[in-house]
Design a protein. Structure first.
Length: 301
């Protein structure tokens, strides 16, 4: 059987990290892998029942992204077959849509020979996703801090954080739009000032490697956590238990419904087991930050 032309590998992400709303993202060492082959028509095959309901034709998000990138550069892209395997839970706050968009961008770049610069792929990804935190972390890796508007994009990429990560995943998925509908249209000036200060302090602490401080600031979000926490069974009890067992901090992963817990490097397996035992409604996933973003491997040319 003929092998793939090449393979795209894209990491999962967690975003916001508390008060870094729509601006701070972290790539995680859970990956989606896409084997790309020649085909007479677009066909997308996913391994695993979790992905069975996703479109298998040219309405698939990965394919739509490939075609969008081609259109931006006045190129025509021929159909390909995509075989997708993934460690990333679908609809569980780990950037599954951003991962699909990131995959589509790097696949289009390779097929069309565009040789896009990182800032170009970041701009395309942010425009397609509608915000920059998840998709830029998926494309570039590490921790990314971004400022994104319709006409401006600024990115700072922090070094690989020396932490372990535990993700608590509930059995039910949650749509981003459903989660966004819970947010208020306005915040008071004093609330916005406090949230901004917490975000600034958190990202500075991350940059200097002070994860004890970063973890404390992570839990001072005013932008979304107070309005979304009701979606999480035993949210306050989980946070208190995380403090008890030595975690740096706990927050909502992206728009939910998973929880992100920053822990001391090397303790993630132990803490995941403790949390899963104490709160069996959730599945505990032990992982680490991914220092690399989206990559192309097995290039046959």
């Amino acid at each position: 059987m003929e092998g793939p032309l090449f393979t795209a590998v894209v990491p999962a992400t967690t975003a916001n990290l508390g008060p870094g709303y729509d601006s701070v993202g972290m790539a995680l060492s859970l990956y989606m892998t896409v084997d790309v082959k020649k085909s007479l028509e677009w066909n997308v095959h996913y391994d695993g029942e979790e992905y069975a309901d996703l479109p298998a034709d040219d309405t698939n998000l990965i394919v739509q992204t490939i075609q969008d990138v081609a259109g931006r550069y006045n190129k025509e892209v021929l159909p390909h077959a995509l075989h997708v395997t993934s460690d990333i839970p679908l609809g569980k706050g780990l950037g599954s849509s951003a991962t699909a968009i990131a995959a589509g961008i790097v696949i289009a770049d390779r097929i069309l020979g565009l040789n896009l610069k990182p800032i170009e792929i970041a701009r395309i990804g942010s425009e397609l996703e509608g915000h920059s935190d998840n998709v830029i972390a998926a494309l570039l890796g590490g921790i990314t801090v971004t400022y994104f508007t319709s006409d401006e994009l600024e990115i700072i990429q922090l070094p690989r954080p020396t932490i372990g990560v535990v993700i608590l995943v509930p059995p039910k998925a949650l749509g981003t739009e459903e989660s966004r509908d819970l947010l208020p249209k306005e915040l008071s000036h004093s609330e916005a000032v406090a949230g901004n200060a917490a975000s600034s302090m958190m990202t500075t602490a991350m940059a200097t490697g002070d994860w004890k401080l970063a973890g404390r600031m992570m839990e001072k979000d005013v932008f979304h956590e107070p309005y979304r926490k009701k979606l999480f069974p035993k949210f306050d009890e989980i946070r208190a238990y995380c403090h008890e067992i030595g975690a740096y901090g706990m927050t909502i992963s992206g728009a939910g419904p998973s929880l992100f817990i920053a822990v001391k490097e090397g303790t993630e397996e132990e803490i995941a087991k403790k949390l899963e035992k104490e709160f069996p409604y959730y599945k505990g996933i032990a992982t680490t930050p991914s220092p690399i973003g989206s990559t192309i491997k097995k290039d046959a040319s």
